[in-house]
Design a protein around this ligand. Sequence first.
Ligand code: NDP
Length: 450
Amino acid sequence: MANVFDQKLNDFMAKIIAKNPSEMEFHQAVHEVAESLIPFIEEHPKYKDAKILERMAEPERVILFRVPWLDDKGEVQINRGYRIEMNSAIGPYKGGLRFHPTVNLGILKFLAFEQVLKNSLTTLPMGGGKGGSDFDPKGKSDNEVMKFTQSFMSELFRHIGPDTDVPAGDIGVGGREIGFLFGQYKRLRNEFTGVLTGKGREWGGSLIRPEATGYGCTYFAEEMLKTRNDSLKGKVVTVSGSGNVAQYAVEKVTQLGGKVVTLSDSSGFIHDPKGIDADKLAYMMNLKNVKRGRIKEYADKYGCEFYEGKRPWMIKCDVALPCATQNEVNEEDAKTLVANGCFVVSEGANMPSTPGAVEVYLKAKILFGPGKAANAGGVAVSGLEMTQNSMRLSWTREEVDAKLHQIMRDIHETCVKYGKDADGFINYVNGANIGGFVKVAEAMLAQGLV
Ligand code: NDP
């Protein structure tokens, strides 16, 4: 039977690759989902006949635009802007904006495709989208970042809106960038609406939004551990990245009694065997968010090791939380993790594990929470921010955190429902893919050929 499915998967992927040449990350994301879904769809011909999966792999709309701006020297710079409006079957397009020099169409399409299933898993009414630019905020002055974001929004504003498409942050887009983007949108439209999430607390933002992805990823790890009557207490945890997701993953793991021993950025990683406690985390957050410095400075300050150009997966741990970027854990890294006793991987980043790495986790039957389930807390609280904006009220920190925690438990339950193998092993990859698919597929069937 496996061969029949393999053939169908190969045929399906051949069409995807021919239609979207050179979009490697998009192929990778679609392949992983199709591998889970094709057997399920074969059992449910209504999805097959309506070609739901084929339709989901085609964006509803792709917007690509020029972003000209003047740098501090008065020189003209030109970047490229994108918005992928992937699927609006269950709600307005929703997904972050990424500003990073590696951004291209294929990367944003992979992210938008994943986002559709992720948003569905949150149980909230949000479709999927993603956008961004090849602009690199690193090394730019605040003035340059503002000029770029204003130019970017001067085109994007005509395509988005609180009931149409609601962007948020992602790599390179944090509170500062969301502020500039919101200001420009408000100026152009002359309206104060919840068109972006991740806003400041004083102007429509939700409490817990900055924390949500890192907290959610940690809650998901804790839920997975519960299935083995275990918890994060006393666990040694490796974290990659030192941005938004990594920072709050460290905070929550530490609050739950775990010890985080690594952090990284694109120049390398630090190993602090004593653990990154609240004071060290505060130093690191100031270093990254205010001084915009490099992680090596942490090693200099606390006298621990900095591994230049390396990733943290060689460090022995019980739990690994990849929170930096796509394909940052390869097959070799995964083998090293498993050989060193790591038995939980909860992905804060999107698609940080290569297909080879995922195979290693599944073969070793460790607890593996794929990004579309484990990092859905960020978009879930963005969904809650949209609700608060529509109702024109704000919930307390405790209320939002309780809702986030419940959503992560619900996502875990959905994964168990759709991902439990006959031997009791929970394949969270299948669980997340099928669980996310069903709701979107049903909505697409109900709405006809659109
Ligand atoms: P940030 O920009 O705040 O931080 C990104 C971190 O990852 C930085 O430490 C950065 O280092 C590092 N990094 C980025 N690219 C690379 C690379 N190519 N190699 C090595 N390190 C790299 O982004 P976020 O924390 O918001 O996002 C991290 C991941 O989480 C992404 O995959 C994102 O899509 C995902 N995610 C984010 C959500 C959110 O709410 N923010 C929601 C769901 C998923 P450096 O500074 O040197 O570039």
